[in-house]
Design a protein around this ligand. Structure first.
Ligand code: BV8
Ligand code: ZN
Length: 253
């Protein structure tokens, strides 16, 4: 079912010179990637993602945490960008400046054609040494991961022999300075901010739409479920990003 696009939203988007897309795990859901707060399965089912996405969890049980991230990295390698990723990339070819700010650690925006994607929470394919932070290249082949995933010993750093950790920002860790600053600057000047597929629970990323609203941007939320942003967004488009995003693109251009 193609959703009706409010006419005043179409006019706003046609007049926009600068659009920001703030995306979360929901934008990758239609690529078959479980969202961050979906129930965990297989070996990980007795944990919450928040329990595993910490430096403490890695220090306590490296093989469990490394196995989880490798399983997720394999899922992403086997997945394809979906219509939402492609529509977001297409917006950039229609004239306005487009910034993609993502909380996701997958590379599906890049593979759909978006460039200059700001990853606030790091990237699965950018692991580095837990001790000396030396970047570490991972094999690109997709080992045949058993469905539920398995424990895996992390590789060792070629420089200091420390353990390699996932290239993501864990809870309690600072966000990357460049990406965070660039995200704040974009949200301070954009005409429209889309919040697509995020529960708006994780800070400081969840504060970006409020910052954009304070600078008089129009806030558009795309999510099948209610979030704390419902009261801030001028437009709440209830539904799947893979359906709504292409419909928006068609309605505007
Ligand atoms: C920090 C990487 C400074 C790892 C992640 C201020 C207030 C309150 C708390 C805090 C605060 N400041 C700091 C905190 C603590 C903490 C925090 O926010 N905790 C939360 C839980 C309350 N924040 C931090 O620790 C951050 N660091 O602030 O540093 C500092 C430093 C030291 C000491 C003090 C302060 C670091 C946060 C980064 C954590 N790392 N990921 C990994 O991926 O394993 S966050 C994790 O959550 C994921 O990256 C994910 O992207 C992110 C947000 O989740 P969502 O993307 O929204 O996914 P979710 O599953 O929740 O929701 C999916 C949504 O999609 C749903 O709404 C669903 O309805 C929708 N959906 C589903 N299908 C579709 C769809 N939408 C559209 N279409 C569909 N088809
Ligand atoms: Zn090292």
């Amino acid at each position: 079912m193609i959703p009706a696009v409010p006419p005043n939203l179409i006019a706003t988007l046609r007049a926009a010179n600068h659009i920001v897309f703030l995306t979360g795990a929901g934008v990758s859901a239609e690529s078959g990637i479980p969202t961050f707060r979906d129930a965990m399965t297989g070996l990980w089912q007795r944990y919450s993602a928040e329990q595993l996405a910490t430096a403490d969890a890695f220090t306590r049980d490296r093989d469990l945490v490394w196995g989880w991230y490798e399983w997720r990295r394999m899922q992403v390698m086997k997945a394809d960008p979906n219509a939402a990723h492609r529509a977001i990339a297409a917006f950039a070819s229609k004239g306005p400046r487009v910034d993609v700010i993502t909380q996701n650690v997958d590379d599906l925006h890049e593979r759909a054609g978006s460039d200059r994607v700001l990853h606030l929470h790091g990237r699965l394919n950018r692991p580095f040494c837990f001790e000396c932070r030396q970047p570490h290249a991972l094999p690109l082949e997709t080992p045949d991961e058993p469905d539920g995933g398995r424990r895996l010993a992390p590789p060792r750093c070629h420089r200091c022999n420390g353990f390699i950790r996932p290239g993501v920002v864990w809870f309690g860790e600072m966000l990357p300075e460049f990406e965070w600053q660039a995200a704040v600057e974009a949200c301070e000047v954009c005409d429209v901010l889309f919040s697509v597929g995020t529960s708006s629970l994780v800070h400081p990323a969840a504060g970006l739409p409020l910052l954009a609203a304070k600078h008089l941007a129009t806030i558009v939320q795309i999510n099948p479920n209610p979030t704390s942003l419902d009261g801030i967004a001028q437009f709440n488009l209830v539904g799947a990003a893979g359906v709504i995003m292409p419909a928006l693109l068609d309605a505007i251009w």
